[in-house]
Design a protein around this ligand. Structure first.
Ligand code: SF4
Length: 172
């Protein structure tokens, strides 16, 4: 019996709107209480936020930001129900496989918070060259803080800057 066996039939909620239209968050309710798997996700995934009291964990999976609460999964941003369904099915596959192999993983209960964008900004080149696709280094820092960007997308970091940023991201 898989950890999560519900049919994935998501609803969409607006997540971000711009001139060309809106992007959405795909949400689905599940019958499994997801609290038990959160420390395992925290141990293996790129986690942006984890609060074991609420409980909620936000992590990156396949380029999507996934928010997991006790009985709810959400993936953002998506442009259609179909994309949302595929994104959430991929999350469910990941969680089911993780649950299967949990005995070989040390669960991590450490809470995580977003590293402040300004703390990250201090270690960026501050040239606003736009090579990362963001208009400014501060915009890049903000998206890095949200795990919407990866360090490697700034190709102008010195070894020292990259090391300092990596340390902040790992210890957040
Ligand atoms: S590529 Fe790096 S230096 Fe250029 S704008 Fe982006 S963060 Fe700043």
């Amino acid at each position: 019996m898989p950890y999560i066996s519900d049919a994935i039939d998501p609803i969409l909620e607006p997540a971000a709107c711009h001139v060309g239209g809106c992007l959405f968050k795909a949400k689905v309710a599940v019958s499994t209480d997801l609290e038990d798997i959160m420390p395992y996700v925290n141990a293996v995934a790129r986690v942006v936020f984890y609060d074991s009291q609420e409980p909620v964990i936000i992590f990156k999976h396949d380029g999507y930001r996934v928010a997991m609460r006790s009985k709810e999964l959400a993936a953002a941003t998506v442009s259609s129900v179909e994309e949302g369904r595929k994104a959430l099915e991929s999350v469910v596959r990941f969680l089911n496989e993780l649950w299967e192999r949990r005995e070989g993983i040390t669960p991590l209960k450490k809470e995580r918070k977003r590293p402040p964008a300004f703390q990250l900004y201090k270690h960026l080149p501050k040239t606003n060259c736009k090579d990362c696709g963001e208009p400014t280094c501060l915009a890049f820092a903000t998206r890095l803080s949200l795990a919407d960007k990866d360090l490697e997308e700034c190709r102008h970091l010195t070894e020292g800057q990259a090391g300092a940023l990596q340390e902040i991201l790992e210890n957040a």
